[in-house]
Ligand binder design. Structure first.
Ligand SMILES: Cc1ncc(COP(=O)(O)O)c(C=O)c1O
Length: 394
């Protein structure tokens, strides 16, 4: 009688979706910030982080905020968005890209996206433009520039509409050599734990026009001219305008500076992770009916994520389930904004966004972080290909 032995069990795996890590002087900086006593906003580390971002984007001013959401809210205040106005955002996007404007009383046009970059579609934008549009807010999805030439050419006929770039994903990406975040009247950044550069929770408002700087500082400083006071331009500060408490603590700015100082290393690491996923997956795309990200010529990406678009939702869901069962924490997003409960409540009109609906059901995001190793990437790819083959054969 021959003895049957079970095949060796696959070793347990635990590959998180994101694994933030210390990459430089974060802890030393935080200690110094606390010891030197300036722990509120506008301290020396805030100045250092803002200076890096200003230099890299060529902005007139960069104001560090508690989140990208807060920066979007600042842009809504600075554009005096209110009842009677509409704002255009991609339906394939984050809640607060819309909510920052709807909470000011505007109604939202949820616009569809292009099937290749998953960024706002200029042709669909043209359909919703009218004199009520006060802002158009494209997202540079996955850190790849939206079609800004197309978007700006549509907007040219509507001078009341201002461009605000939601650049939560695309810091240090560029379009035809120009940094993302430098095209709009305003741009917003995120330093949330899940982003390329983090301080836990944080963000920034990028102010590109010199004439907006003074008011932006007032809105940032709780509606006061404290900024002018700190610069010795007035002898006391007082309430001037709308605003709120938007400033990032210098303790978190200290964390952020350490991350930004290593931007060359971070981008190079993430490029290498992206390229490895792409080179291992692309050869199987046709056979297994999926596609990998498209990065059109002239668009240097910020390397925020790697995603796969499967041929249909059941395949995506099946692969997602298999990866999770194997200890690989892949995920998906975005739930379309135009059909969400909150989105319907603030919609300017009934929105038809078939590309958004389609991408939302088919997209799978793979683990992606600075220190993801080649072995881990190979394992994710191996399990994904096996799961995709299984899903196709049933
Ligand atoms: C495109 C986009 N915009 C805005 C945000 C909000 O960023 P924060 O969490 O910094 O407010 C996110 C968050 O993931 C995002 O993906």
């Amino acid at each position: 009688m021959t003895e049957r032995t079970a095949p060796p069990a696959a070793p347990p795996v635990n590959i998180p979706f994101n694994r933030p890590s210390v990459i430089g002087d974060e802890l030393e900086n935080i200690r110094t910030a606390v010891q030197q006593g300036h722990t509120s906003a506008d301290g020396p580390y805030s100045a250092a982080a803002a200076e890096i971002l200003r230099t890299e984007t060529g902005a007139a001013e960069v104001l560090l905020t508690t989140s990208c959401t807060a920066a979007l809210e600042m842009s809504a205040m600075l554009l005096d968005v209110g009842p009677g106005d509409t704002v255009v955002v991609p339906s394939f996007g984050f809640v607060t890209t819309a909510l920052a404007y709807s909470r000011q009383g505007a109604r939202i046009h949820f616009c569809d996206i292009e099937p290749d970059t998953l960024g706002l579609d200029p042709a669909r934008l043209a359909e919703v433009m009218d004199p009520s549009v006060r802002a158009v807010v494209p997202i540079h999805y996955a850190g790849v520039a939206a079609d800004l030439a197309g978007i700006r050419s549509v907007m040219a006929a509507w001078p009341r509409a201002e461009l605000v770039e939601d650049n939560a994903h695309g810091l240090f990406g560029s379009l035809d050599g120009q940094p993302l975040g430098s095209f709009g009247r305003f741009a917003t950044l995120s330093f949330h734990e899940t982003k390329n550069f983090t301080c836990g929770e944080g963000g920034a408002l990028v102010v590109n026009r010199p004439e907006d700087v003074e008011r932006a500082r007032v809105v940032y400083h709780k509606g006061t001219d404290r900024s002018a006071f700190l610069m010795g331009q007035v002898d006391k500060y007082s309430w001037q305008d709308t605003g709120s408490s938007f400033g990032l603590s210098d303790v978190l700015a200290a964390y952020l500076v350490a991350q930004l100082e290593r931007r060359t290393w971070v981008l190079e690491r993430r490029r290498s992770v992206f390229d490895r996923y792409a080179s291992l997956l692309a050869p199987h795309a046709e056979e297994l009916g999926f596609r990998v990200p498209v990065v059109p010529a002239g668009r240097t990406q910020g390397y925020h994520m790697f995603y796969v678009l499967f041929e249909d939702r059941p395949t995506r869901d099946s692969v997602l389930g298999s990866l999770r069962a194997a200890g690989i924490h892949a995920t998906f997003h975005y739930v379309p904004l135009h059909s969400s409960t909150g989105g319907r409540r603030v919609a300017a009109a009934e929105a038809d966004c078939p590309v958004t609906d389609d991408a939302s059901g088919r997209l799978l995001r793979l683990p992606f972080f600075n220190e993801l190793t080649d072995d881990e990437i190979d394992l994710v790819v191996d399990r994904l290909l096996t799961a995709a083959r299984t899903a196709r054969s049933v």
